[in-house]
Write a protein that binds this ligand. Structure first.
Ligand code: ATP
Ligand code: MG
Length: 569
């Protein structure tokens, strides 16, 4: 394409509201344009990148038997009521009414629509297994849309759904998807990890996230270099040796801690280190009150808590609920607690001879509190994996932590949707059975943004070849007749050779052209300029290196083709 005829509104300056590199560079390179918070138009260059990602995803989905379909964005409330999610899904679900006052929502995900579709169609075991997928626009009214395409409200997702006769079949579909995801992110040229993950509101009990490693990632991954176990810290299994050798002779005693509410304040006030204090957090889980305790320098993780309790949901108790049930927040503790409140204790505390806890009385704490002497303690793994924690899988190595961007997420769903929505088939004996499902998502825009987070320099984007909007930037310097003729000819030859080329035929200064090329980040730059051309030479430079090669005009196409071989760029 000719640059002069394309909509590429590049910007010299950083836009004020963009905090992360990918957002900044996508705006500056004229790839996206903000329409409203978390809502963007994709301009030609941006769309080309999204199409590259989509095409890789499409090929790999097809390779595992996925059938491409396209489902609607507007979904009737009835479907969501059938699955139970109309009332469960929070404010991220954008609800609307049509002119007849019927309730609709904009699809944040498509389990309901696809389950209904397949359950209407599938009658017999002979029709299974099946996998369908779509590449489609989702809407989630995110609390904090930010970082451009990384956390948008309207975004493009590939979502796939598998349907199997039984659990073994569903696990087999899951494994195939897992492999396909590896190939997708490898082909995109990304450095990533597949990690064990929480199943969130989608439910089910087997799940992996594909995380692109980048310092700007919102997720934290605990990784064990010894055994290879990797998991989101929300889930990472932490090893804690049980140790009952310690004894505490002293009875617990009340100590005055005026206005000292946080663990840091209490530790300072009493002159002990923070890991000697206890953090107390109240939750509601499946409508039951829970008190959870962990070490003062650790964090109770809601996902782990929910999992450990086998609860459908868990949330923090409101201050109001806490005050009514227990007492003043800031001085909460397990001793003498209302027996209706279940007390769960992070396993790490089992190693501490005694605890400093709140006294459930304004301005007081208790010292020398002993688990299972002074209150009933149920030990569970509750804290988010953190520095110094030992891998729970091999029980050998401490975890190493990485930041990651979740680009893909796969779930084994079982019958979570098929049961309430009555998606069944008849088996060989004519008995009715419930279909087993899996669901599998990839953020198309987020993958493109993650690629930029991993591949950029001070001048702009350095696209991996597979995702670049064009493989080559052909830069013409000046309007000299010979230069124009040669550049035009090269442009035509590249098109004939199926080289994707952005031809900078604009009447601009070389500095402007080079700066735009560096910003847009196509892998190879080919420059036609008067001085080199007099010697019959063309300059070729890779975006990822400073080295400039001067190549004879008649061999330049072959040379470029070599540069575009996948191992080169
Ligand atoms: P997150 O934890 O980041 O909110 P999620 O767990 O809600 O994501 P899924 O429901 O698993 O996301 O969606 C599948 C994929 O869709 C994610 O892996 C991600 O790549 C993409 N995605 C989810 N939310 C957004 C968003 N707000 N903007 C862009 N992409 C998104
Ligand atoms: Mg997820």
């Amino acid at each position: 394409m000719r640059h002069s005829q394309m909509l590429i509104p590049t910007m010299k300056e950083d836009p004020a509201d963009a905090q992360v590199v990918s957002h900044r560079l996508m705006l500056r390179a004229g790839m996206i344009k903000r329409v409203a918070a978390g809502i963007y138009s994709y301009l030609p260059l941006g769309l080309r990148v999204l199409q590259k990602v989509s095409q890789i995803v499409r090929e790999e989905m097809n390779s595992v038997g996925g059938q491409e379909i396209l489902m609607p964005m507007a979904q009737p409330a009835e479907l969501w009521k059938k699955s139970g999610r109309w009332s469960e899904y929070g404010p991220e679900l954008l609800r609307l009414k049509d002119r007849k006052q019927a309730d609709f929502c904009l699809g944040p995900t498509h389990e309901e629509v696809v389950t209904e579709l397949m359950s209407d169609h599938i009658k017999s075991y002979r029709q299974l297994p099946q996998t369908v997928y779509q590449i489609q626009t989702k809407f989630r009214d995110e609390t904090r849309p930010r970082f451009g395409l990384m956390r948008a409200r309207e975004f493009i997702m590939k979502d796939a759904y598998s349907f199997d006769v039984d659990q073994a079949g569903a696990i087999c579909s899951y494994e195939k998807m897992y492999q396909a995801y590896w190939r997708i992110f490898q082909r995109c040229g990304l450095r990533f990890k597949a990690v064990e993950a929480d199943t969130g509101s989608i439910g089910g009990n087997r799940s992996h996230e594909f995380q692109v490693l980048a310092d700007t990632g919102e997720d934290l991954i605990a990784n064990c270099d010894h055994c290879g176990y990797a998991a989101n810290i929300e889930l990472a299994n932490v090893f804690v040796a049980t140790d009952s050798s310690h004894t505490e002779e002293l009875p617990y005693e009340k100590v005055l801690t005026p206005s000292q509410k946080t663990c840091v304040e209490v530790a300072d006030f009493l002159g002990v280190s923070i890991d000697k204090t206890v953090k107390t957090v109240l939750f509601m889980a499946d409508d039951k009150p829970i008190m959870a305790l962990c070490r003062g320098d650790h964090e109770i993780n809601e996902s782990k808590l929910k999992k450990a309790l086998h609860a459908n949901w868990a949330r923090l108790m409101t201050d109001e609920e806490a005050r009514l049930l227990v007492g003043p927040t800031g001085f909460l503790g397990p001793v003498g607690l209302n027996p209706e409140i279940r007390i769960v204790v992070d396993r790490v505390l089992s190693k501490m001879p005694s605890l400093i806890t709140g006294a459930n009385q304004q301005d007081y704490h208790l010292a020398h509190v002993v688990c299972n002497r002074d209150f009933p303690a149920e030990f569970l793994d509750l804290h988010s994996a953190t520095l110094g924690d030992i891998c729970g899988q091999c029980q050998v190595s401490p975890f190493v932590f990485h930041r990651g961007i979740e680009v893909g997420h796969i779930f084994y769903l079982g019958t979570k949707y098929s049961e309430p929505m009555h998606a069944c088939y008849l088996d060989e004996k004519g008995c009715e059975k419930t279909i087993e499902m899996g669901c599998y998502g990839i953020g198309i825009g987020r993958t493109a943004a993650a690629a930029i987070e991993q591949n950029h320099d001070a001048k702009g984007i350095v696209w991996p070849l597979a995702l670049a909007p064009f493989q080559v930037s052909l830069v013409r310097l000046g309007q000299d007749e010979e230069v124009v003729k040669t550049a035009d000819q090269l442009y035509r030859t590249m098109l004939e050779n199926n080289i994707e080329v952005l031809y900078d035929d604009r009447d601009e200064r070389p500095g402007v052209k080079f700066a735009d090329h560096d910003l847009i980040g196509c892998p190879v730059r080919v420059t036609v300029g008067g001085r080199s051309l007099k010697e019959g030479l063309i300059e070729v430079k890779r975006r990822s290196s400073d080295e400039v090669s001067r190549v004879a005009l008649d061999s330049v196409i072959t040379y470029i083709a070599e540069q575009l071989a996948p191992t080169k760029v």
